[in-house]
Design a protein around this ligand. Structure first.
Ligand code: S3P
Length: 441
């Protein structure tokens, strides 16, 4: 699909977004591990979550979708079946990494694979700690998927361990906690900064006792032995996806005359680093109607066109906005002065090398940018001129550059843009409903 975005039209209106991607993945998988039927409202139906549902079918779990309502018949950790085929996780790193942990605990043999892009992403960060607790799992010689998991013949539980993570990653943390559901000792996951904590919240909702502690920025979570035997089913409504909202937030901020309201968005503080940084850059964003949906904080956001100025981002803020850098770079391109991102090397291991893709594609629309090994510097003194970009198979890059076209000096064309269906299938419709001038073919 090719998208052509014309600048000029202000965005106006009120919108509610599909469910959060991270929470949807967890809700589907954790429900499968519970005993009994779970009912999940506002589930995200998109490319990446379909990969998770497909994987659940492969291991014998029944589920049904009616609109955005997902019902899952939990089989319990010991009820999952070895799949007849390789489990294809598509482009979904979350599906692959979370399944590796859960299926290690379930002790079944399988092969986990995915798209070419997914098979280039680093997997030793989960394979090595899983091996240390006794899982028989291997990656390719380059440390990537396909990964092979072999049933342990003795059917012994895995062992517990203290895992000290070199980088804060919710996928790695969740993978290890899921493996720990079948460990015969306490398992501890220690991360340099608190990554998104949807797993901790959801496992607690399902009856698991977790102990969390903080030492300065470090975060530690402990789980008791054999905690996975008694997971209760879920009944939750998933908040709107903050990461999808971030595209609309930046769209309204950079498009003169805009004022939009996004209702019932997830506002978990481990996710909303972008809100804090945009506010420091001068954004007019009001939060109202704050409440909880289960254990997850939710609220409404009102965003008005604003004059932004450049800023520096580094340290523990990086993990709190880890998926938002593509659209943050667009905000920076429209801000006055310099924006510097450092200590964000992890961006190189996402759906694309996001440092490189952000920089090469920003240059194509006339933005002055310098690539750094662990980030980038953007000089935002003039709005982008316009031009043609290629998101390099990365859904968030496709959406970020579509947003840039709303405020640029000339139209922006995004080639191979259909990849946004991976996480936010209504993206173009929602922008058009809010007033954007977008053509697609
Ligand atoms: C996710 C964690 C993050 C994020 C990804 C979803 C999750 O990945 O980038 O989109 O649901 O746990 P990392 O844990 O690799 O940083």
């Amino acid at each position: 699909m090719k998208l052509t975005v014309n600048p000029g039209n202000p965005l106006r209106g009120d919108i509610r977004l599909p469910g959060d991607k991270s929470i949807s993945h967890r809700a589907a998988l954790f429900s499968a591990l519970a005993h009994g039927e779970s009912v999940i409202e506002n589930f995200l139906v998109a490319g990446v979550t379909k990969a998770m549902l497909h994987a659940l079918t492969e291991v014998g779990v029944e589920w049904s979708l009616t609109g955005p309502t997902l019902k899952v018949k939990g089989k319990g950790l010991n009820g999952l079946l070895p799949p007849a085929n390789t489990i294809h996780c598509g482009n979904s790193g979350t599906t692959l990494r979370l399944l590796a942990g859960a299926l290690s605990a379930a002790n079944i043999s399988c092969t986990l694979s995915g798209s070419n892009a997914l098979c280039q992403r680093p997997m030793l960060r989960i394979v090595e700690p899983l091996q240390r607790v006794g899982a028989v799992i291997t990656a390719t010689s380059t440390g990537t998927a396909p990964m092979k998991l072999k049933r342990r013949l003795t059917n012994q539980p895995l062992s517990g361990k203290t895992h000290i993570l070199p980088i804060a990653s919710a996928q790695v943390k969740t993978c290890l906690l899921l493996a720990g559901l079948n460990a015969n000792e306490v398992i501890v996951v220690d991360e340099p900064a608190l990554s998104r904590d949807h797993t901790e919240k959801m496992l607690s909702t399902m009856g698991i006792h977790l102990v969390e502690s903080f030492i300065n920025e470090r975060h530690q979570v402990q789980m008791s032995p054999l905690a996975g035997n008694n997971l209760s089913p879920l009944r939750i409504t998933i908040p709107g996806d903050f990461s999808s909202a971030s595209f609309l937030i930046v769209a309204a901020l950079i498009t003169p005359g805009s004022e939009i309201t996004i209702r019932k968005v997830g506002l978990n503080p481990t996710r909303t680093g972008l809100l804090s940084i945009l506010t420091l850059m001068g954004a007019h964003i009001d939060i109202s109607n704050e409440h909880f949906s289960g254990m997850e904080p939710v609220g409404d956001l009102r965003i008005r066109h604003s004059k932004l100025h450049g800023i520096e981002v580094s340290g523990s803020l990086v993990v709190k906005m880890i998926d938002e850098f593509p659209v943050f770079a667009i905000a920076a391109a429209f801000a006055e002065g310099e924006t510097l991102v450092t200590q964000a090397e992890e961006l190189r291991y996402k759906e694309s090398d996001r440092i490189s893709t952000i920089c090469t594609q920003l240059k194509r629309i006339g933005v002055v940018v310098e690539e750094r090994c662990d980030g980038f510097l953007i000089r935002g003194d003039n709005n982008p001129t316009g031009g043609e970009v290629n998101p390099n198979g990365d859904h968030r890059l496709a959406m970020a550059f579509a947003v840039s076209g709303l405020g640029s000096r000339n139209q922006i064309t995004i080639h191979d843009a259909g990849i946004f269906n991976e996480s936010y299938p209504r993206f173009v419709e929602d922008l058009i409903d809010l007033g954007a001038d977008i053509a697609y073919e």
